[in-house]
Design a protein around this ligand. Structure first.
Ligand code: PLP
Length: 283
């Protein structure tokens, strides 16, 4: 595939960065993942807004960004000639001459983008119930920044994998916060509940769209914290992300949720969500 690196478009095998890059040495950078459906970038303004916010929050000067991200995104899609894909963006604080925690001055950022084809299954709603486990949230206090520093997330996800589960739910101070790479919803007495935006979660673009659709359709919605106990007692549980879209969860720590199948509100919201995507691409 063709990737973008610091102003150039080149084959993946020819793209390389220095071992002195702060992304490599410190995990000092941020990223973004944007779905592409029918050759079009999905919710691009929202993704670019979050990318810019991540950059500001870690004090990377945007004036160092080599080009218009929207234009590069479009170029990359056409060069790779993809219809359904994910576009990955990563920006690090660039390379230093020495390993030094302090930010280097006048260093150009490293800006990298690549596209990966989506498995076709991801384009259809999938009512197959997912199994999740709960893990202690040992991440830092700025989970709202989409930082490439993902060690705690990777360890949690691998723990889920080792237990044949599909996702790990982060629990902080007893509250079920979000997944290792997804946001978390529950349905309780007909109300759709998800953790509010804060430093404890990543403000997911899919989460935002689910809330937008639910409100528009007049469903009851509440953004508030809830405990792992609440989650286990919920009528429905879902996880959401740009790659997974909206997935129904049928067991948490081996305990069945509801009747152990995707629930009615999941079916309803997924239908609205698919209709929203359809409308976008059929003009
Ligand atoms: N929370 C975390 C920790 C994530 O890594 C992700 C995405 O990968 C999400 C939530 C979901 O965000 P989005 O819907 O924007 O993909």
């Amino acid at each position: 595939s063709i990737v973008y690196l610091n102003g150039d478009y080149l084959p993946l095998a020819e793209a390389s960065v220095s071992v002195m890059d702060r992304g490599f040495l410190f995990g000092d950078g941020i990223y973004e993942v944007i779905p592409v459906y029918a050759g079009q970038l999905f919710r691009l303004p929202q993704h670019l807004r979050r990318l810019n916010r991540s950059l500001s929050e870690i004090l990377i000067d945007k004036s160092y960004l080599p080009e218009d991200l929207e234009e590069v995104s479009a170029n990359l899609l056409s060069k790779n000639n993809v219809q359904n894909a994910s576009l990955y963006w990563q920006v690090t604080r660039g390379q230093s001459s020495q390993r030094d925690h302090r930010f280097p001055s006048n260093t150009e950022v490293t800006c990298f983008a690549t596209v990966n084809p989506l498995p076709s299954a991801a384009q259809q709603p999938d009512a197959t119930g997912r199994k999740v486990i709960s893990v202690e949230d040992v991440r830092w206090q700025r989970c709202d920044i989409k930082a490439i520093t993902l060690l705690a997330n990777c360890m949690a996800r691998q723990q889920a994998e080792n237990q044949r589960a599909d996702e790990a739910i982060m629990v902080r101070d007893g509250f079920a916060i979000e997944g290792s790479a997804s946001n978390l919803f529950m349905v309780q007495q007909g109300c759709l509940v998800t953790a509010p935006e804060s430093h404890w979660i990543l403000g997911g673009i899919t989460r935002e769209l689910i809330l937008e659709i639910a409100r528009e359709k007049g469903l009851r919605v509440s953004e508030r914290l809830f405990t792992l106990d609440d989650l286990l007692q919920a009528d429905e549980v879902w996880i959401s992300s740009s790659m997974r879209e909206i997935q129904p969860v049928v067991s948490v720590d081996g305990q069945a949720i509801g009747n152990g199948q995707a629930g009615p509100m999941w079916h309803q919201i997924t239908e609205y969500y698919m209709a929203y995507k359809q409308k976008l691409y059929n003009g």
